[in-house]
Design a protein around this ligand. Sequence first.
Ligand SMILES: [Zn+2]
Length: 300
Amino acid sequence: MKRVVLALCSAAVLALTACSGAGGSASADGRLAVTASFYPLQWAAEQVGGDHVTVTSLTRPGAEPHDLELTPKDVGALGSSQVVVYLSGFQPAVDDAVRSQAQDAAFDVAPAADLSITAAADGGAGTARDPHFWLDPVRFEKVVTAIGERFATVDPAHAAEYRAHAAALVERLAALDQKFRTGLASCRSNELVTGHVAFAYLAQRYGLSQEGIAGLSPEAEPDAATLRDLAAYVQQHGVTTVYTETLASPALVETLARETGAKVAVLDPVEGITSASQGGDYLEVMRSNLETLRAGQECR
Ligand SMILES: [Zn+2]
């Protein structure tokens, strides 16, 4: 890794990135160079790092993170990062790039995220761990704390600030969790019918049961039998709202709605923030998701 960093630093254009060649020291602008692999991790890293970090995200706003492809430039940038925050098993290209470019800097949040839910893998190849931990604020709290500890270890001069920022963010997530608990405590329907099955951790946390059309990745195409079964489920359980998502095609959910007479509402799996997002950051979009769920599930 050292050789890679030195090679990159010979280019004047990269003069502001980490050029010390030694892991753990600050970059030329004095900030910790952090790469995050997708939006919720980027947001958490920014909140925890504050003024002492520069965070780059590998997933562009509005891009689908599941099947992220990396350019050679992206891969090269990993080699000059002091911390690479990622979720192993979620984005295969990132797993590969971390292995080849950033083994020392890599920080896998999977252990803190507690990915205990498995689902049918796309393509029918057995089961896979559900990656969408960030839609459960309680799991996200654990990840935020872990990021704070990692920053504190890599940049001990600012350890107290990283830990304080992490604790403050954990408090905001705990308040969000409380809002969801109260908001979803008493609903006419506890059946959550979605497009891509991103909401299993959220559903489990707040007593909903999720039935999805597609698999863990929004690109998966369901067959006609799956759609027919789901239409029967919607009718049997008196489901009045089915949910599509911001980054996925609404066609399948709209078909289901047409066949069952249910309404369509949009839930955001918070895999990226764009001008179409119902809020400017993770917390705002999650609060908007809660209002959407309260209307769709008919909560008091
Ligand atoms: Zn997803």
